[in-house]
Design a protein around this ligand. Structure first.
Ligand SMILES: [Zn+2]
Length: 146
């Protein structure tokens, strides 16, 4: 029989794989969309499609399309908000958004015994429960690469 910690490792592994799939789906909208009015390019900053030309995007020789990743409007807005003190609040919320995106939530409501195991293991290793889960996650990832 599998030990609780082994099951947890599998659960974390599953959850990480799931999150990776979610992130990949989220990060990859179609770059260029064909419309009746010509091509439109995805702007990840504004999360919208904008006409794919130099009127709406900056030139960027490094990119495949030759256009900047963000549209002009969003890039201008971002430049303005970093140079102005009055928009400090919007910068903060932007930072928070990025951090939230990096949060992995584990639901133990159906795995109460596992949760107990984690608490016990954590206490044993002088770690916080969160640290213990992080450690297990790193172990799960290591196992995956090996
Ligand atoms: Zn935009």
């Amino acid at each position: 029989m599998k030990k609780g910690i082994d099951i947890l490792r599998d659960v974390i592994y599953e959850r990480l794989a799931e999150k990776r799939r979610e992130d990949m789906a989220k990060d990859k909208p179609v770059q260029i969309k064909k419309t009746d009015n010509g091509d439109e390019k995805w702007c990840p900053k504004g999360k919208h499609y904008v006409k794919a030309d130099v009127d709406h995007f900056y030139n960027d020789a490094r990119s495949k399309t030759g256009l900047s990743s963000w549209c002009r409007k969003c890039q201008n807005k971002a430049a303005k908000s970093t140079s102005s003190k009055t928009t400090a609040a919007s910068n903060t919320s932007e930072k928070k958004f990025v951090q939230e995106d990096m949060v992995l939530t584990l639901d133990f409501s159906k795995l109460e015994i596992l949760y107990e195991d984690i608490l016990a293991e954590a206490a044993d290793q002088l770690r916080t429960p969160a640290m213990q889960v992080m450690w297990l996650a790193s172990q799960a990832l290591y196992k995956e690469r090996a």
